[in-house]
Design a binder for this molecule. Sequence first.
Ligand SMILES: *[C@@H]1O[C@H](CO)[C@@H](O)[C@H](O)[C@H]1NC(C)=O
Ligand SMILES: *[C@@H]1O[C@H](CO)[C@@H](O)[C@H](O)[C@H]1NC(C)=O
Ligand SMILES: [Cu+2]
Length: 410
Amino acid sequence: MRASFATTALCGAIAASAAALPPNSGLPILRPIEELVDELVDLTPFESGGFELISPQQAKADAEKPDHFDPFQVFWPHGHDHGHGHGGGGKAAGHKPGSTSQATGAPELASPATPTPTPAVVTPKKGCSGFRERKEWRNVPDADKLAFVNAIKCLMRNPSAGNYPGSKSRWEDLVSVHQQLTPKIHMVGQFLPWHRYYLSIFESILRQECSFNGTLPWWDETKDAGHFSTAPMFTDAYLGRAPVKTNDGRGTCVNSGLFKGTVLHIGPGSNFTDHCLSRAVDESLTSEVTMDFVKSCNAHANYTNMESCAEMGPHAYGHNGIGAVMGDVASSPGDPSFFLHHAFVDHNWRIWQNKDVENRLYQIGGFTTQGGNTPVTLDYVLTSNGLRPDVKVRDVMDTMGGYLCYAYDY
Ligand SMILES: *[C@@H]1O[C@H](CO)[C@@H](O)[C@H](O)[C@H]1NC(C)=O
Ligand SMILES: *[C@@H]1O[C@H](CO)[C@@H](O)[C@H](O)[C@H]1NC(C)=O
Ligand SMILES: [Cu+2]
């Protein structure tokens, strides 16, 4: 009796001021202390900068304005180059007639009124082998979910494979690449293609180095808007819990389950300071990750407009909404939920592409640097600093184009 009272009292005290309790305070403890104490973390280092947000109201208003969209500026991948037709094969080989000045993007509207002949839609599976379907987390069999999280644990145990600043494991090689490339992959036109490439590398490393034979799951966050902390992957069996931000504005280390005690060496931000894997859910932010918001972004016909809405919209709200490590622009891949989250972002892009394959599958836009003026083209090179060979934007536009070979379950 006394014992259970003591436990209750202790838990209450911890809830009120957990950080104040030293790990071995001499109090009678009835369970291992680490199960009782949720170590709390200051969020300031993760939020310097944060992910830039656009309000859902603004996104909706933008979506209602007509886009600047010029179909003559959409370039098909194997149009007027080196004719080694793979992928789109003969059928989709033709670029749109009239689109000649690719590099400058200067439109040549010689005959804008003439409807362009419809190029045959790329036959999805042509040149695409090893097809895998990415299932929404809820549709993944439990055994496969476990295989996925165990493969992540394997990466966390395996040694770093090269010269990746700050990395102490194969997992952190991935985190390091993202951290080092941060300004080149965010708020730029290649944001979506680069992260698509990065997800595919993550999956490939899991398969090749941790004998994972499943597929990267995606997370339909719109189903958990406003209640991410109870989303089904945030349990001890899978990615660990995701507690809401404390009343005094702190995050909580993942201190139970498979990822209990995970220490990250890369981040916060551009730094290399050991810190725990922590989360600090803000449901007022997660409540914005709705189908409505996704639809507002996807209402744009113009890639550039869609991209910036997606990046500062659902993408940013998801990151900041989970908070702590996930709220860290540079080093958020330290949290395994990063990959499910980005698969959601990638899914939304693919849905947008599918709505008008002819004009969207190979539509790219925006600039290659933040605040720069060099347009991203299909020839722009995406790098992973040696995790895998570099590719061009063109190679990742089609998720079934050959370099990639996957689709989403819905
Ligand atoms: C998308 O909009 C931008 C900015 O207005 C413009 O420069 C670009 O040409 C547009 N893209 C297409 C395919 O029309
Ligand atoms: C990194 O640490 C420095 C101090 O060493 C601090 O001023 C800076 O804000 C940190 N940067 C980030 C991105 O966290
Ligand atoms: Cu990123």
